[in-house]
Ligand binder design. Structure first.
Ligand code: GLY
Length: 369
Protein backbone atom coordinates (compact mmCIF):
# COMPACT_ATOMS: atom_id res chain seq x y z
CA UNK A 1 0.00 0.00 0.00
CA UNK A 2 1.44 3.36 -1.04
CA UNK A 3 2.64 5.72 1.64
CA UNK A 4 2.38 3.22 4.48
CA UNK A 5 5.48 2.80 6.62
CA UNK A 6 5.66 -0.66 8.17
CA UNK A 7 7.83 -1.14 11.26
CA UNK A 8 8.47 -4.66 12.47
CA UNK A 9 8.20 -5.18 16.22
CA UNK A 10 10.05 -8.35 17.18
CA UNK A 11 9.81 -9.53 20.79
CA UNK A 12 10.51 -12.82 22.55
CA UNK A 13 6.85 -13.85 22.21
CA UNK A 14 5.69 -12.27 18.97
CA UNK A 15 6.48 -10.54 15.74
CA UNK A 16 4.09 -7.99 14.28
CA UNK A 17 3.95 -4.80 12.27
CA UNK A 18 3.15 -1.29 13.38
CA UNK A 19 2.01 0.51 10.24
CA UNK A 20 1.93 4.28 9.93
CA UNK A 21 0.33 6.12 7.06
CA UNK A 22 -2.24 8.67 5.98
CA UNK A 23 -5.58 7.01 5.36
CA UNK A 24 -4.41 3.69 6.87
CA UNK A 25 -7.68 3.27 8.76
CA UNK A 26 -9.64 3.08 5.52
CA UNK A 27 -7.50 0.08 4.61
CA UNK A 28 -7.72 -1.65 8.00
CA UNK A 29 -9.25 -4.86 6.66
CA UNK A 30 -6.65 -5.17 3.89
CA UNK A 31 -3.77 -4.41 6.27
CA UNK A 32 -5.05 -7.19 8.53
CA UNK A 33 -5.64 -9.67 5.70
CA UNK A 34 -2.14 -8.99 4.32
CA UNK A 35 -0.85 -10.30 7.64
CA UNK A 36 -3.07 -13.37 7.70
CA UNK A 37 -5.61 -11.84 10.05
CA UNK A 38 -9.09 -12.66 8.74
CA UNK A 39 -11.34 -12.90 11.82
CA UNK A 40 -14.88 -14.24 11.56
CA UNK A 41 -16.12 -11.17 13.43
CA UNK A 42 -14.58 -8.15 15.14
CA UNK A 43 -15.45 -6.29 18.33
CA UNK A 44 -14.45 -2.68 17.68
CA UNK A 45 -13.93 -1.21 21.15
CA UNK A 46 -13.80 2.58 21.15
CA UNK A 47 -14.62 5.68 23.14
CA UNK A 48 -17.32 8.17 22.23
CA UNK A 49 -14.79 10.71 20.90
CA UNK A 50 -13.78 8.45 18.02
CA UNK A 51 -16.94 6.43 17.50
CA UNK A 52 -18.09 8.39 14.46
CA UNK A 53 -14.58 9.06 13.12
CA UNK A 54 -11.75 6.55 13.41
CA UNK A 55 -13.93 3.66 14.63
CA UNK A 56 -16.39 4.17 11.78
CA UNK A 57 -13.56 4.16 9.23
CA UNK A 58 -12.32 0.81 10.57
CA UNK A 59 -15.87 -0.54 10.70
CA UNK A 60 -16.59 0.54 7.11
CA UNK A 61 -13.38 -1.11 5.93
CA UNK A 62 -14.27 -4.41 7.64
CA UNK A 63 -17.83 -4.44 6.37
CA UNK A 64 -16.70 -3.69 2.82
CA UNK A 65 -14.43 -6.73 3.13
CA UNK A 66 -17.38 -8.84 4.31
CA UNK A 67 -16.28 -9.11 7.96
CA UNK A 68 -19.00 -8.85 10.58
CA UNK A 69 -18.30 -6.22 13.22
CA UNK A 70 -19.89 -4.82 16.36
CA UNK A 71 -19.01 -1.50 17.88
CA UNK A 72 -18.73 -1.31 21.67
CA UNK A 73 -18.15 2.05 23.34
CA UNK A 74 -16.59 2.62 26.74
CA UNK A 75 -15.64 5.71 28.73
CA UNK A 76 -12.02 6.75 28.32
CA UNK A 77 -11.42 7.76 31.91
CA UNK A 78 -8.99 6.32 34.44
CA UNK A 79 -12.03 5.26 36.53
CA UNK A 80 -13.26 3.08 33.68
CA UNK A 81 -10.00 1.10 33.65
CA UNK A 82 -11.66 -1.38 35.98
CA UNK A 83 -12.51 -5.04 36.30
CA UNK A 84 -16.16 -3.99 36.00
CA UNK A 85 -15.55 -2.43 32.57
CA UNK A 86 -13.54 -5.48 31.53
CA UNK A 87 -16.44 -7.74 32.60
CA UNK A 88 -19.00 -5.60 30.74
CA UNK A 89 -16.85 -5.66 27.64
CA UNK A 90 -16.40 -9.43 27.66
CA UNK A 91 -20.14 -9.96 28.30
CA UNK A 92 -20.98 -7.72 25.36
CA UNK A 93 -18.60 -9.69 23.14
CA UNK A 94 -20.22 -12.93 24.28
CA UNK A 95 -23.72 -11.58 23.62
CA UNK A 96 -22.59 -10.36 20.20
CA UNK A 97 -21.29 -13.79 19.23
CA UNK A 98 -17.57 -13.03 19.19
CA UNK A 99 -15.90 -16.43 19.39
CA UNK A 100 -12.40 -17.87 19.23
CA UNK A 101 -12.15 -16.96 15.55
CA UNK A 102 -12.99 -13.35 16.32
CA UNK A 103 -10.75 -10.39 17.12
CA UNK A 104 -10.75 -7.22 19.18
CA UNK A 105 -9.92 -3.93 17.54
CA UNK A 106 -9.07 -1.24 20.10
CA UNK A 107 -9.70 2.23 18.67
CA UNK A 108 -8.84 5.11 20.98
CA UNK A 109 -6.26 6.36 23.44
CA UNK A 110 -4.33 4.56 26.14
CA UNK A 111 -7.32 3.67 28.32
CA UNK A 112 -9.22 1.94 25.53
CA UNK A 113 -6.03 0.23 24.36
CA UNK A 114 -5.26 -1.06 27.85
CA UNK A 115 -8.75 -2.38 28.65
CA UNK A 116 -9.59 -3.74 25.19
CA UNK A 117 -6.09 -5.23 24.91
CA UNK A 118 -6.56 -7.02 28.24
CA UNK A 119 -10.02 -8.22 27.16
CA UNK A 120 -8.46 -9.69 24.00
CA UNK A 121 -5.70 -11.31 26.06
CA UNK A 122 -8.16 -13.08 28.35
CA UNK A 123 -11.47 -13.55 26.47
CA UNK A 124 -11.77 -17.25 25.56
CA UNK A 125 -8.15 -17.53 26.80
CA UNK A 126 -6.97 -15.04 24.22
CA UNK A 127 -8.07 -13.81 20.81
CA UNK A 128 -6.12 -11.52 18.44
CA UNK A 129 -6.00 -7.80 19.11
CA UNK A 130 -5.40 -4.97 16.66
CA UNK A 131 -4.42 -1.69 18.27
CA UNK A 132 -5.64 1.44 16.48
CA UNK A 133 -4.36 4.33 18.61
CA UNK A 134 -6.00 7.72 18.02
CA UNK A 135 -3.92 9.94 20.32
CA UNK A 136 -0.29 10.87 19.78
CA UNK A 137 0.57 9.44 23.18
CA UNK A 138 -0.98 6.08 22.36
CA UNK A 139 0.65 5.98 18.90
CA UNK A 140 4.17 6.67 20.11
CA UNK A 141 3.98 4.63 23.31
CA UNK A 142 0.96 2.78 24.72
CA UNK A 143 -0.16 0.86 21.63
CA UNK A 144 3.23 -0.76 21.04
CA UNK A 145 4.81 -3.27 23.38
CA UNK A 146 1.84 -5.28 24.63
CA UNK A 147 1.23 -3.79 28.07
CA UNK A 148 -2.46 -4.22 28.94
CA UNK A 149 -4.11 -3.73 32.32
CA UNK A 150 -6.88 -2.41 34.51
CA UNK A 151 -6.70 -0.68 37.89
CA UNK A 152 -7.89 -1.83 41.31
CA UNK A 153 -9.09 0.28 44.25
CA UNK A 154 -7.17 -0.18 47.51
CA UNK A 155 -8.92 -0.53 50.89
CA UNK A 156 -8.17 3.16 51.59
CA UNK A 157 -9.91 4.20 48.35
CA UNK A 158 -6.74 5.03 46.42
CA UNK A 159 -6.19 3.67 42.91
CA UNK A 160 -3.63 0.94 42.29
CA UNK A 161 -2.80 1.60 38.65
CA UNK A 162 -2.33 -1.20 36.11
CA UNK A 163 -2.29 -3.80 38.84
CA UNK A 164 -4.13 -6.59 36.98
CA UNK A 165 -3.03 -7.14 33.44
CA UNK A 166 -0.76 -8.96 31.09
CA UNK A 167 1.88 -8.45 28.47
CA UNK A 168 0.08 -9.60 25.36
CA UNK A 169 1.38 -8.29 22.07
CA UNK A 170 -1.14 -7.09 19.50
CA UNK A 171 -1.21 -8.77 16.08
CA UNK A 172 -1.02 -5.41 14.34
CA UNK A 173 -0.85 -1.71 15.21
CA UNK A 174 -2.40 0.75 12.75
CA UNK A 175 -1.51 4.45 13.13
CA UNK A 176 -3.22 6.96 10.87
CA UNK A 177 -1.91 10.49 11.46
CA UNK A 178 -5.14 11.84 9.92
CA UNK A 179 -6.91 10.48 13.00
CA UNK A 180 -5.04 13.14 15.01
CA UNK A 181 -6.65 16.00 13.05
CA UNK A 182 -9.09 16.89 15.82
CA UNK A 183 -6.85 16.10 18.78
CA UNK A 184 -6.73 19.17 21.07
CA UNK A 185 -3.37 20.96 21.27
CA UNK A 186 -2.98 20.02 24.93
CA UNK A 187 -3.32 16.32 24.14
CA UNK A 188 -0.90 16.66 21.22
CA UNK A 189 1.66 18.32 23.49
CA UNK A 190 1.15 15.55 26.05
CA UNK A 191 2.10 12.98 23.42
CA UNK A 192 5.18 15.04 22.60
CA UNK A 193 6.35 14.59 26.19
CA UNK A 194 6.75 10.86 25.52
CA UNK A 195 8.69 11.72 22.35
CA UNK A 196 11.05 13.91 24.42
CA UNK A 197 11.46 10.95 26.77
CA UNK A 198 12.34 8.67 23.84
CA UNK A 199 14.81 11.28 22.55
CA UNK A 200 16.65 11.33 25.88
CA UNK A 201 16.74 7.54 25.98
CA UNK A 202 17.91 6.79 22.47
CA UNK A 203 17.63 9.57 19.88
CA UNK A 204 18.91 12.99 21.04
CA UNK A 205 18.74 14.39 17.50
CA UNK A 206 14.96 14.09 17.69
CA UNK A 207 14.84 17.03 20.13
CA UNK A 208 16.06 19.39 17.40
CA UNK A 209 13.89 17.64 14.79
CA UNK A 210 10.77 18.30 16.88
CA UNK A 211 11.58 21.89 17.79
CA UNK A 212 12.33 22.70 14.13
CA UNK A 213 8.91 21.33 13.16
CA UNK A 214 6.80 22.38 16.11
CA UNK A 215 4.52 24.58 13.97
CA UNK A 216 3.48 21.84 11.52
CA UNK A 217 3.21 19.37 14.40
CA UNK A 218 0.83 21.62 16.34
CA UNK A 219 -1.03 22.36 13.09
CA UNK A 220 -1.66 18.59 12.83
CA UNK A 221 0.25 18.25 9.57
CA UNK A 222 -0.26 14.53 8.86
CA UNK A 223 3.03 13.96 7.06
CA UNK A 224 5.09 15.50 9.87
CA UNK A 225 3.06 13.64 12.48
CA UNK A 226 3.42 10.38 10.55
CA UNK A 227 7.21 10.78 10.43
CA UNK A 228 7.26 11.57 14.15
CA UNK A 229 5.14 8.54 15.04
CA UNK A 230 7.22 6.16 12.92
CA UNK A 231 10.47 7.46 14.43
CA UNK A 232 9.17 6.93 17.96
CA UNK A 233 7.74 3.49 17.27
CA UNK A 234 11.18 2.44 15.99
CA UNK A 235 12.72 3.53 19.29
CA UNK A 236 10.09 1.76 21.36
CA UNK A 237 10.27 -1.38 19.20
CA UNK A 238 14.04 -1.46 19.74
CA UNK A 239 13.72 -1.34 23.52
CA UNK A 240 10.81 -3.79 23.76
CA UNK A 241 12.57 -6.12 21.35
CA UNK A 242 15.48 -6.34 23.79
CA UNK A 243 13.36 -6.87 26.89
CA UNK A 244 9.67 -7.61 26.44
CA UNK A 245 8.83 -8.33 30.09
CA UNK A 246 10.70 -5.41 31.67
CA UNK A 247 13.29 -7.59 33.35
CA UNK A 248 15.97 -5.06 32.45
CA UNK A 249 16.33 -2.55 29.62
CA UNK A 250 12.59 -1.87 29.14
CA UNK A 251 12.54 -0.11 32.50
CA UNK A 252 14.30 2.86 30.86
CA UNK A 253 10.93 3.65 29.24
CA UNK A 254 9.82 4.67 32.73
CA UNK A 255 12.10 7.72 32.55
CA UNK A 256 10.33 10.58 34.35
CA UNK A 257 7.36 8.37 35.23
CA UNK A 258 8.02 7.82 38.94
CA UNK A 259 8.14 11.61 39.31
CA UNK A 260 5.10 11.92 37.04
CA UNK A 261 2.97 9.49 39.03
CA UNK A 262 3.74 11.42 42.21
CA UNK A 263 2.78 14.71 40.52
CA UNK A 264 -0.45 13.22 39.15
CA UNK A 265 -1.42 11.82 42.52
CA UNK A 266 -1.14 15.30 44.11
CA UNK A 267 -2.41 17.40 41.22
CA UNK A 268 -6.00 16.08 41.23
CA UNK A 269 -6.46 16.14 37.47
CA UNK A 270 -4.86 19.57 36.97
CA UNK A 271 -2.02 18.15 34.87
CA UNK A 272 -2.22 15.64 32.05
CA UNK A 273 -0.07 12.51 32.15
CA UNK A 274 2.13 13.95 29.41
CA UNK A 275 2.63 17.23 31.30
CA UNK A 276 3.61 15.27 34.39
CA UNK A 277 6.04 13.19 32.30
CA UNK A 278 7.57 16.41 30.93
CA UNK A 279 8.22 17.78 34.41
CA UNK A 280 9.34 14.35 35.63
CA UNK A 281 11.81 13.88 32.79
CA UNK A 282 13.32 17.29 33.50
CA UNK A 283 13.56 16.50 37.23
CA UNK A 284 15.21 13.15 36.46
CA UNK A 285 17.97 15.00 34.60
CA UNK A 286 19.06 16.39 37.98
CA UNK A 287 19.63 12.97 39.50
CA UNK A 288 23.11 12.45 38.08
CA UNK A 289 25.95 14.84 38.66
CA UNK A 290 28.24 15.84 35.83
CA UNK A 291 28.44 17.96 32.70
CA UNK A 292 26.76 15.42 30.40
CA UNK A 293 23.70 15.32 32.69
CA UNK A 294 23.68 19.14 32.78
CA UNK A 295 23.70 19.17 28.98
CA UNK A 296 20.77 16.74 28.96
CA UNK A 297 18.84 18.97 31.35
CA UNK A 298 19.46 22.05 29.18
CA UNK A 299 18.43 20.20 26.00
CA UNK A 300 15.25 18.84 27.59
CA UNK A 301 14.29 22.20 29.09
CA UNK A 302 14.71 24.00 25.81
CA UNK A 303 12.70 21.34 23.89
CA UNK A 304 9.88 21.45 26.46
CA UNK A 305 9.78 25.24 26.23
CA UNK A 306 9.65 25.15 22.42
CA UNK A 307 6.83 22.62 22.55
CA UNK A 308 4.89 24.57 25.19
CA UNK A 309 5.08 21.89 27.86
CA UNK A 310 5.56 22.83 31.53
CA UNK A 311 9.03 22.86 33.05
CA UNK A 312 7.85 23.38 36.62
CA UNK A 313 5.15 22.05 38.92
CA UNK A 314 1.75 23.72 38.45
CA UNK A 315 1.32 24.79 42.08
CA UNK A 316 3.53 24.88 45.10
CA UNK A 317 3.96 21.25 46.07
CA UNK A 318 5.94 20.09 49.06
CA UNK A 319 9.03 17.95 48.52
CA UNK A 320 8.05 15.79 51.47
CA UNK A 321 4.60 14.99 50.04
CA UNK A 322 6.04 14.27 46.60
CA UNK A 323 8.62 11.93 48.12
CA UNK A 324 5.84 10.13 50.04
CA UNK A 325 3.83 9.77 46.85
CA UNK A 326 6.87 8.27 45.13
CA UNK A 327 6.93 5.59 47.81
CA UNK A 328 3.97 3.80 46.23
CA UNK A 329 6.25 2.96 43.30
CA UNK A 330 8.78 1.76 45.86
CA UNK A 331 6.20 -0.58 47.40
CA UNK A 332 5.65 -2.19 44.04
CA UNK A 333 9.33 -2.90 43.55
CA UNK A 334 10.47 -4.75 46.65
CA UNK A 335 10.87 -1.72 48.91
CA UNK A 336 13.59 -0.06 46.86
CA UNK A 337 12.95 3.06 44.83
CA UNK A 338 14.28 2.57 41.31
CA UNK A 339 14.69 5.63 39.15
CA UNK A 340 15.76 6.09 35.57
CA UNK A 341 18.75 8.42 35.64
CA UNK A 342 19.99 10.29 32.57
CA UNK A 343 23.77 10.51 32.89
CA UNK A 344 23.69 12.24 29.55
CA UNK A 345 21.67 12.14 26.35
CA UNK A 346 21.33 8.52 25.17
CA UNK A 347 22.97 7.38 28.40
CA UNK A 348 20.14 6.51 30.78
CA UNK A 349 20.50 3.94 33.54
CA UNK A 350 18.12 2.37 36.04
CA UNK A 351 19.44 2.97 39.55
CA UNK A 352 18.20 1.82 42.93
CA UNK A 353 18.73 3.39 46.33
CA UNK A 354 19.66 6.92 45.25
CA UNK A 355 20.24 9.21 48.26
CA UNK A 356 17.00 10.91 49.32
CA UNK A 357 18.78 14.28 49.32
CA UNK A 358 19.52 13.93 45.63
CA UNK A 359 15.91 13.04 44.81
CA UNK A 360 14.73 16.00 46.91
CA UNK A 361 17.10 18.29 45.01
CA UNK A 362 15.62 17.01 41.72
CA UNK A 363 12.15 17.93 42.99
CA UNK A 364 13.36 21.41 43.99
CA UNK A 365 14.77 21.94 40.52
CA UNK A 366 11.22 21.82 39.13
CA UNK A 367 9.79 24.15 41.76
CA UNK A 368 8.90 21.94 44.73
CA UNK A 369 9.24 23.64 48.10
N1 GLY B 1 5.07 2.73 28.47
C1 GLY B 1 6.24 2.07 28.85
C2 GLY B 1 6.32 0.67 28.37
O1 GLY B 1 5.55 0.27 27.51
O2 GLY B 1 7.14 -0.06 28.84
Amino acid sequence: MNGIDSIEVRTASARYDAVVGRGALRHAAALMADRGLRPSACAIVCDAAVEHGAAKSVDDSLRAAGTRSVRITMAATEDSKSLATLGDLCERMLADGIDRDGAVIAVGGGVVGDVAGFAAATYMRGIPCVQVPTTLLAMVDAAVGGKTAVNLVRADGSIAKNIVGSIAQPRLVICDPEALATLPARALRSGLAECVKHAVIADPAMLGWITARIDPILAHDPDTLGALVARNIRIKAGVVGEDEREDGRRAVLNLGHTFAHAIESLAHGEVTHGEAVAIGTLAACRLAPGPAADDAERAVRSALQAIGLPTALPAAMLVERLMDAMASDKKRRGGVLRLVVPHGLADVRVEAGLPAARVAEAWRSVGAR
